[in-house]
Ligand binder design. Structure first.
Ligand SMILES: N[C@@H](CCC(=O)N[C@@H](CS)C(=O)NCC(=O)O)C(=O)O
Length: 127
């Protein structure tokens, strides 16, 4: 059974990445000044993620659709980000958005749906 899951995953992962690449949302049109202001606002965010995790792909698409330059931290291959996620976030699950609040407190937001809601509410045109 385990091997079956491995085979399905090995087929699905490249397919998901391919579909993502072919249907990638457009980056919103903004002036460099507007983008710089937004970059400053999102500099308190970092996304811990795996390259081919479907939940991470969906979350990265949201970042792109909203035009957010959020630092991506590879928690699969980079031991620093992997251990930081487990030790400070509380568990090895991606995607996870690390949010540094204005008072310096750090929040670790798990669940792709919650992360997308957070981003949409703060940075979406209609959010
Ligand atoms: N409900 C979660 C599911 C996330 C999930 O299952 N992530 C997998 C990767 S696709 C994970 O973190 N696995 C931990 C691991 O492989 O160590 C979400 O929507 O974010």
């Amino acid at each position: 059974m385990k091997i079956l899951f491995k085979i399905i995953r090995a087929i699905l992962q490249p397919l998901i990445l391919l579909v993502d690449r072919l249907t990638r949302p457009a980056w919103p049109a903004r002036s460099p000044q507007e983008q710089a202001v937004l970059d400053q606002k999102t500099s308190n965010l970092a996304l811990y993620q795996f390259h081919s995790c479907p939940f991470c792909v969906i979350t990265r698409r949201t970042l792109r659709r909203l035009g957010l330059n959020v630092e991506l931290r590879d928690a699969q291959n980079d031991p620093q980000w992997s251990s930081e996620l487990i030790e400070q976030g509380g568990k090895r699950q991606v995607p996870c958005l690390r949010i540094t609040k204005e008072d310096g407190e750090v929040e670790w937001l798990y669940e792709s749906k919650e992360i997308r809601r957070y981003l949409q509410e703060r940075y979406g045109e209609t959010g």
